[in-house]
Design a protein around this ligand. Structure first.
Ligand code: ACO
Length: 324
């Protein structure tokens, strides 16, 4: 029986850093407003790099860390809502950029849950026994889908990429999973930078830039997401206090405070880095995981159990419990 295991983690973010103070020079906002409501202080914004450039850099770092050649990869999945193009997919571009000739590649679109949904998908491919290893990357250049005149959204997001190498293993490391979608509430978070027009259509594009109902998203996160984590924990094969860290999507520090309280976990077990990166959607969880590996919090030696939980547009939300 084949199982899947996370064996390497890496991240990459553009070097240009935009502070809250910088933003307050372009729009009517302040460091105090942004930091007190969200925890965000900075974000990295790409100057020339595309989503596939960021993801390819992560792929190269994963290959270098693991000592693998690109031809040894069986697949590359990229979770993104800011692809370079719809076709070719960002994953196909990454496959070409790293020369992973034998890998099949596709994108996963599940907004801020994208990395968790892609990882859950990849785990099934490896568990089928047909594929041995692949990359799962979350990568975003949200700076290109944001309306930089809209202070209610522009201050929240950033660019970056993170990912993992997933390999087959004899040890079962994916311990529990729950994935959800509620399309009926999809309008609370929308983004469409692909214009819909033809000579036979008079349809207006309603939502060119990313738009959201911030209060509704906040309530969704602290109600539905907290509840889903609670129910996964209630039936999980390990006790809650045996879980070392909870890697939640980095949208807002206050959301993390409230979820930690609801699920009865000390806040110190929920690492955060939105202060440095803002909300990087599908990239937020793997960037955070990679930073925690760099800091020695995550040892990658199979001795720790972590929970990964993404939530966002769709609406989508999903949680994985994994030994790492
Ligand atoms: N700077 C200064 N003032 C602002 C800004 C800003 N950047 N943005 C909004 N305001 C103003 C509003 O205009 C409003 O002014 P008014 O009272 O004169 O009308 C006032 O601040 C309060 O606005 P609210 O929207 O009520 O502020 P709230 O306290 O709800 O915080 C926030 C807004 C931070 C967006 C919050 O609702 C939130 O965190 N929601 C979660 C949304 C989120 O994280 N989305 C990320 C994408 S989804 C995801 O990743 C899951």
């Amino acid at each position: 029986m084949a199982f899947a295991k996370i064996t390497q983690v890496a991240h990459y973010s553009p070097t240009q850093v935009i502070s809250n103070q910088d933003l307050s020079e372009r729009m009517d906002t302040s460091d105090e407003w942004i930091a007190s409501r969200t925890g965000i202080r900075k974000r990295h914004i790409s100057q020339t790099e595309t989503t596939s450039d960021l993801a390819a850099e992560v792929a190269k770092r994963l290959l270098k860390k693991s000592g693998l050649a690109a031809e040894q990869l069986d697949f590359i999945f990229v979770a993104t809502i800011s692809p370079d193009s719809m076709m070719p997919s960002t994953a196909a571009r990454v496959q070409a950029k790293v020369g992973a000739d034998k890998a099949f590649a596709f994108d996963v679109t599940a907004a801020c849950s994208g990395f968790v949904f892609a990882l859950a998908t990849a785990e099934k491919f490896i568990r089928s026994g047909q594929y041995k290893r692949g990359l799962v990357i979350g990568s975003e250049t949200l700076s290109k889908v944001i309306d930089w005149e809209d202070r209610t959204t522009a201050v929240l997001f950033g660019d970056g990429a993170g990912g993992v190498l997933l390999e087959s293993s004899e040890q079962q490391t994916f311990l529990a999973e729950s994935l959800y979608t509620d399309g009926s509430r999809g309008e609370v978070l929308q983004s469409s930078f692909v214009g819909l027009s033809s000579p036979y259509s008079n349809k207006e594009v309603d939502h060119k830039y990313l738009s959201m109902d911030g209060r509704a998203v906040f309530d969704f996160a602290i109600r539905d997401v907290a509840k889903s984590i609670q129910s996964l924990l209630a039936t999980a094969p390990v006790a809650v206090d045996e879980i070392d860290y909870f890697f939640l999507h980095q949208a807002n520090d206050r959301i993390l405070d409230k979820i930690a309280k609801k699920i009865g976990v000390p806040r110190e077990k929920l690492p955060a880095n939105m202060m440095e990166y803002g909300n990087t959607s599908a990239a937020s969880i793997p960037i955070l995981l990679s930073e925690c590996v760099d800091q020695g919090l995550i040892k990658l030696d199979g001795s720790q159990t972590i929970l990964l939980s993404g939530f966002g547009g769709g609406l989508t939300w999903g949680t994985l419990l994994v030994t790492i």
